[in-house]
Design a protein around this ligand. Structure first.
Ligand SMILES: Nc1ncnc2c1ncn2[C@@H]1O[C@H](COP(=O)(O)OP(=O)(O)O)[C@@H](O)[C@H]1O
Ligand SMILES: [Mg+2]
Length: 213
């Protein structure tokens, strides 16, 4: 695969959408072609699954089913969108990817050992790992304050203990894969965080250009 694959991770309200919009704008101004996708979703099937998982109040499911639905949505997005774009040499940026399943269904829900969640995902995704994962780190307590007056989805309504375990899951992944992750303190200003993301992305783009030449 010739493209560059970047994923954004972190708990609720850490600032992923905010930063993705800024990065999208940055690429647009530079005339850099990049494809932005979101999880779960990004395909017709994925958007339906997203509704089941996050907004449909009538449907409750066990943790294992939840894990499988997130993986189904991701597999569809990978096959239909991510893989073809990377094969065509494009930059692909994803709002969440499999580290979310490790953190939410593995660590927080305790459905399965985190390593097993990871290897199960990789089996469905051609073993492909992101070139860079931007982890926006914030204490759940602090992140919750940002969503005080906003409507919350099913995952966001889980308590602080759940979200602390999500954070622990991310910390575990960072420890296991220090090369792929950059950890950014998400309590900084939106602009400062953006600058750090741009620096990391530029560094990655240069590295990938050098290896092509
Ligand atoms: N660095 C920041 N400092 C303070 N508030 C922020 C910051 N980044 C995002 N926010 C605010 O926090 C809320 C959640 O941000 P959002 O980007 O939607 O997070 P996520 O997509 O990770 O859930 C929004 O109201 C956003 O304006
Ligand atoms: Mg978001």
């Amino acid at each position: 695969m010739k493209g560059i694959f970047i994923t954004f991770e972190g708990g609720e309200a850490c600032g992923k959408t905010t930063q993705l919009k800024l990065l999208q704008q940055y690429f647009k101004e530079k005339g850099t072609d990049a494809l932005f996708v979101r999880e779960p979703g990004g395909t017709a099937l994925g958007e339906s699954v997203r509704h089941l998982l996050l907004t449909n109040e009538d449907i409750q499911m066990c943790g294992k089913t939840e894990l499988l639905l997130f993986m189904a949505s991701r597999t569809e997005l990978y096959e239909k969108t991510i893989k073809p774009a990377l094969d065509a040499g494009r930059i692909v940026v994803a709002d969440r990817y499999y580290d979310s399943t490790v953190a939410y269904q593995g660590s927080a829900r305790g459905v399965m050992d985190m390593e097993d969640v990871l290897s199960l995902n990789l089996k469905f995704l051609d073993g492909l790992k992101p070139d860079l994962t931007v982890y926006l780190k914030i204490a759940p307590k602090e992140a919750f304050l940002r969503k005080e007056n906003m409507p919350l989805d099913k995952m966001e309504r889980e308590g602080l203990t759940f979200h602390q375990k999500v954070a622990d899951g991310y910390d575990y992944m960072v420890q296991k894969h220090p090369d792929r992750f950059i950890v950014i303190d998400a309590t900084q200003s939106i602009e400062d965080i953006h600058k750090q993301i741009v620096t990391a992305v530029e560094k990655l783009a240069t590295k990938s250009q050098e290896s092509e030449n």
